[in-house]
Design a protein around this ligand. Structure first.
Ligand code: NAD
Length: 295
């Protein structure tokens, strides 16, 4: 049992904090939104008055915040000054690599161990405790982080040094965005060429065009395993969140002079889809967008 501060109790953080409390930890939780705080208390967390208040006396601090600026504000503005010496800090948000490295360097300058630990898996996985964590930082910090993260996930992988967790996450999600666009294109072309889409799925999911976007998350309703396509593209992984991750990937690529033309093309398409009012749809609704359907 540990004393854990949890900051950011939104769609993802709410379920994660609940799982830490369920495992018997004392979880002092904070969110700017009152409704999120009330849900966390109902799930067994203790209410804190601020991020600093939550961090006082914490052995571990976990955060699940929207973006780099929120993470910097919470740690640099509140947690660093409040947290006891020896505490372990784990930021699970998906943020830009530069901010992740800057915050971790700031923590280390104060003698605090900190890791970036972004997740793969959506709200259902956060609630069920089946997330995959990609973790960046030192071996010593990882050994301490693993048992905490295992309470919220099914896989905890040490990706490398500070920032490597964010790097792995955005490279993976850039690949996901690009393969989803390509899979949608292929189905639309197959249809116009007169192929039966179930037959094309059966062929391509066993042939060299196979990918997770095809086999496990098919964008065509009634084809392959059940996916958001079978539910009108509701739920799942929102196109706006896919766009966020593609922007982070392209921004990181610019920072290190890497060439990512497919990632940039996917970013432009998800931007256009979001501009068309489809950002709340599952990202596989790209097939509708490419087909001129804006519903
Ligand atoms: P969310 O907007 O539902 O939750 C974020 C929470 O942070 C909100 O409740 C907000 O009030 C709170 N917050 C913001 N600033 C704060 C501050 N200064 N102090 C305290 N609380 C503050 O977002 P989410 O869907 O839970 O996503 C969180 C992170 O997880 C993001 O970085 C996102 O990219 C990543 N992520 C999301 C998913 C998903 O499917 N939703 C999947 C993987 C990763």
């Amino acid at each position: 049992m540990s004393r854990i501060a949890f900051v950011g109790l939104g769609n993802m953080g709410g379920g994660m904090a609940a799982n830490l409390a369920k495992a018997g930890n004392v979880v002092r939780a904070f969110d700017l939104a009152e409704a999120a705080l009330v849900r966390a208390v109902q799930a067994g967390c203790q209410r804190a008055a601020s991020a600093a208040d939550a961090a006082t006396d914490a052995e571990v601090v976990v955060s699940m915040l929207p973006a780099g600026k929120h993470v910097r504000a919470v740690y640099e503005g509140e947690v660093f000054a409040a947290v006891p010496a020896g505490a372990l800090l784990l930021d699970c948000s998906t943020i830009d690599v530069a901010s992740a490295r800057a915050v971790i360097a700031g923590a280390e300058a104060k003698g605090l161990a900190m890791m970036d630990a972004p997740v793969s898996g959506g709200i259902a996985a956060a609630n069920a405790g089946t997330l995959t964590f990609m973790v960046g930082g030192t071996d010593g910090a990882f050994a301490r982080a693993r048992p905490v993260l295992e309470r919220m996930g099914k896989a905890v992988i040490h990706a490398g040094a500070a920032g490597a967790g964010q790097g792995a996450k955005i490279c993976n999600n850039m690949l996901l965005g690009a393969t989803m666009v390509a899979t949608c294109e292929a189905f639309l072309l197959a249809e116009k060429l007169g192929l039966d889409l179930k037959t094309f799925y059966d062929i391509s999911s066993k042939a060299s065009g196979q990918s997770w976007s095809m086999t496990s998350y098919c964008p065509v309703p009634g084809v392959g395993p059940e996916t958001p396509a079978d539910r009108g593209y509701e739920g799942g992984f929102a196109a706006a969140l896919q766009l966020k991750d593609l922007k982070l990937a392209v921004e990181a690529a610019h920072g290190v002079d890497a060439s990512v033309p497919m990632g940039a093309a996917a970013e432009a398409l998800y931007q256009a889809m979001t501009n068309a009012g489809m950002g709340g749809k599952d990202f596989s609704a790209m097939i509708r967008f490419l087909n001129g359907d804006r519903s």
